[in-house]
Design a protein around this ligand. Structure first.
Ligand SMILES: Nc1ncnc2c1ncn2[C@@H]1O[C@H](COP(=O)(O)OP(=O)(O)O)[C@@H](O)[C@H]1O
Ligand SMILES: [Mg+2]
Length: 357
């Protein structure tokens, strides 16, 4: 059988650039080279595309020198032309956050008619937007923390009203989040009005939209899902309990510093029925946004209630990340998981009726 040409797309113009490079690297190295010709593609912080010539068939990422003078960074338009010229069969999107996980790159690949992994344009943008996804979760009966959201312009106009609404609806402590970011960038916990005002400033550095949630003083878990296509059921993997050791919550350093967080798969504090419930919630959340090949839903559990925090359509896949851990715990080889994600991408593209007019 002919090998499938896979471009692994990583980097990007966001705060999650480095995390994405790590995810990309892990995917490039894990992809089965007997099945795939692999081409790592890096989007720089200025939005240029670095596309090495040819494919990796044996060697792994570390043997590739992206500083080579024959690799000239190119524009998005040229990159797409090149992808078509070089007969890329599928793009594995290994990017997180805005312009990677939010439907924009997905839209670009739709227009170029190239299959891509993960979720569709709509699902990706719904999941990226914490206010919109909360609405979908509530609509299908999942519980979310109480919350209020507003824009920087609302704040300028109605500071007093918003503060009193916050006090009566959410109270302290509360969690401040930029509506469309990831990796905990810009997130803080406010225990007082003073903290809240400070936190708000740091959210507004990243975003014009803010979501304030009640702080759920519970135990944190996350559950990955392997998606499905053709009406099949998505499969939940084994949940992981998250216990940050040096931070108050699962912040950026807790996420990406080795040893900063205990990530326990399966969870230390939940068994049997609760594991099943966590998995059910992860699948319902996945389906509520109509996600594609993969997802990972973050949750807090308090007094036997599961609160959904958010869903990631492109979960981190670094050595330290949770999705590969969850696969291992479910006795699924990481490379088999990647095979399935690619298969879903190709199938999903085949099923589309848009281009056949
Ligand atoms: N309502 C909440 N109550 C308690 N902790 C929260 C809440 N929302 C977020 N957190 C903490 O902040 C972290 C990041 O929040 P999350 O909504 O998952 O955003 P991100 O997209 O940045 O991962 C969570 O993993 C959790 O530790
Ligand atoms: Mg999260």
């Amino acid at each position: 059988m002919r090998k499938i040409n896979v471009a692994v797309l990583m980097g990007g113009r966001t705060a999650e650039h480095e995390v994405s490079l790590n995810t990309g690297k892990v995917i490039v190295n894990a992809l089965n080279k007997n099945k795939y010709n692999v081409k790592p593609v890096v989007i720089t912080k200025t939005g240029k595309w670095i596309i090495p010539k040819g494919y990796l068939t044996q060697s792994n990422f570390d043997q590739l020198d992206f500083g080579k003078s024959d690799i000239v960074p190119t524009t998005t338009g040229n990159a797409l032309d090149k992808a078509i010229e070089e007969k890329i069969d599928v793009v594995f999107i290994a990017m997180h956050g805005p312009m990677g996980e939010d439907g924009t790159i997905q839209g670009l690949l739709e227009i170029a008619d190239i299959p891509y992994t993960g979720s569709s344009v709509l699902s990706s943008s719904l999941a990226m937007n914490k206010v919109m996804s909360r609405r979908m979760f509530e609509y299908v009966g999942l519980k979310v923390p109480k919350g209020v959201d507003f824009t920087i312009w609302d704040w300028k106009k109605r500071q007093y009203q918003i503060t009193s609404e916050l006090k009566s609806l959410v109270g302290f402590p509360c969690v401040l989040k930029p509506v469309e970011l990831g990796s905990s960038v810009g997130i803080s916990i406010a225990k007082s009005e003073e903290d809240f005002l400070k936190g708000l400033e740091s959210v507004f550095e990243h975003s014009n939209d803010v979501l304030i949630e009640e702080f759920i003083d519970g135990k944190e878990v996350t559950c990955a899902v392997l998606g499905a296509v053709n009406g099949e059921e998505p499969i939940p993997l084994v949940p992981t309990q998250i216990i940050p050791k040096t931070s108050e919550f699962f912040d950026y350093s807790a996420k990406y510093t080795s040893g900063a967080t205990d990530e326990i798969t399966p969870p230390r504090d939940f068994k049997g029925d609760m594991i099943k419930r966590i998995q059910e919630v992860a699948v319902i959340a996945h389906k509520s946004l109509n996600c594609g090949g993969m997802s990972r839903t973050d949750m807090m559990i308090k007094d036997d209630e599961i609160y959904v925090l958010e869903l990631n359509t492109i979960p981190g896949m670094t050595e330290l990340s949770l999705y590969p851990q969850a696969a291992r715990a479910a006795n699924i080889e990481f490379s088999d998981l990647l095979d399935r994600i690619i298969e879903i991408a190709i199938e999903t593209h085949k099923n589309k009726k848009l281009y056949k007019g």
